[in-house]
Write a protein that binds this ligand. Structure first.
Ligand SMILES: Nc1ncnc2c1ncn2[C@@H]1O[C@H](COP(=O)(O)OP(=O)(O)OP(=O)(O)O)[C@@H](O)[C@H]1O
Ligand SMILES: [Mg+2]
Length: 346
């Protein structure tokens, strides 16, 4: 009896080790929950509970963005279909209120989301859905974040294609790879997110006669033309001028992401502080910081804020004086450092 129990336990452990080493999260979770059931059946309730809480903990830590399917799943695609692509498939929990943005751009995003939620309705009226979106503008101003917001609001999975990683592949391969991604995404009615869309310009650099460049651009134009109404393409770039005009024109919506205004800097600070225990006070300190942050991207500002909070916290612990106020001097220094690091004229 004891021996049977022992052997069964070894089998579970072997399975778990195998899935863990292969990074196959899905199978790992399945084996773990079978193991939990096994412990429960064997009246080892305490062990079962401990395992269960480990599983729950790990699921909580996975956070906002959840990878659909495991790395293993992608590794299994050994037909080399995606070997030249850095590709990810994500679902997202992000919503419009996670994004601080110009009101006009927000309205455009809302309309885009609305249309893509109403594919059937528009079809009835024989109206086309705007499903090709170009996001451009300064780095760190929310283009990638906006694509996550769209995926989250529409509750659709999203394939992330890193064009930068595929244009340097063998001649002719870029077009083939792109077609494969589009086909797969269309079948699954998912979103295709092409980040670093400007890296198409790189094709021009490595092929003198522009033959490959033309081929890739033509492929994209064709893929766009045959894109089913239930699919969505989002492309992002911080160098719009690197993209062929013929391509830019094919997007239904073209949105520019700019550096934050003073009001938007305040909104970003509020949004970032919403979840935590820290505050900026008094108002004059906030105004000083906002002025100082002008010219920096949302990303840079948020980074200095989070670092300021961490440093304030450590300082408070050292001084044994716990409080809510962020140390403005620390924050202000971090902003200056960030500006210097960016070597930009402010
Ligand atoms: N408009 C915004 N509202 C709220 N947070 C933002 C915004 N823009 C950037 N952030 C913060 O900065 C991070 C990085 O932004 P994101 O990756 O979207 O920038 P990007 O425009 O795609 O930049 P790049 O051109 O360098 O790829 C976000 O995850 C978010 O935390
Ligand atoms: Mg980005």
């Amino acid at each position: 009896m004891f021996e049977n129990y022992f052997l069964a336990q070894i089998d579970y452990i072997k399975d778990i080790a195998k899935h863990g080493l292969e990074n196959d999260r899905e199978s790992l979770l399945k084996s773990l929950s079978e193991f939990v059931d096994f412990y429960k059946d064997s009246k080892k309730t305490n062990l079962a509970l401990q395992l269960q809480s480990l599983i729950k903990d790990s699921q909580r830590k996975t956070g906002h963005l959840t990878k659909v399917g495991s790395n293993h799943y992608f590794n299994q695609q050994s037909e080399k279909e995606f070997s030249d692509l850095v590709i990810d498939k994500l679902t997202s929990d992000y919503r419009l209120n996670n994004l601080v943005i110009d009101e006009k751009v927000r309205q455009e995003l809302i309309q885009f989301i609305k249309e893509n939620k109403s594919v059937e309705l528009l079809r009835k009226y024989d109206l086309p859905v705007s499903n090709k979106l170009l996001l451009h503008g300064s780095s760190g101003c929310g283009k990638t974040l906006a694509s996550y917001v769209i995926a989250g609001e529409l509750d659709k999975p999203m394939y992330v294609v890193n064009l930068g990683a595929i244009v340097s592949s063998k001649l002719g391969e870029t077009s083939k790879n792109l077609s494969k991604v589009f086909k797969k995404a269309a079948l699954e009615e998912s979103i295709i997110f092409i980040d670093e869309f400007d890296s198409l310009g790189k094709v021009r650099d490595y092929n003198q006669d522009h033959g490959e460049m033309k081929r890739v651009v033509n492929t994209i134009l064709q893929l766009f033309d045959y894109l089913p109404q239930s699919s969505i393409v989002i492309a992002a770039t911080n160098q719009e001028n690197m993209i062929d005009d013929a391509l830019t024109r094919r997007f239904d919506v073209n949105l520019k992401f700019e550096l934050p205004t003073k009001l938007q800097i305040k909104e970003l600070i509020e949004l970032t502080l919403k979840k935590g225990n820290f505050i900026v006070s008094p108002k004059t300190a906030l105004n000083k910081i906002v002025n100082q942050c002008q010219g920096l991207s949302y990303y840079s500002i948020q980074k200095t804020l989070i670092n300021a909070i961490k440093r304030t916290l450590f300082k408070q612990l050292e001084d044994k004086k716990v409080g809510q106020k962020i140390d403005i001097k620390i924050w202000s220094e971090l902003i200056e450092q960030e500006k210097k690091a960016l070597k930009k004229q402010f």
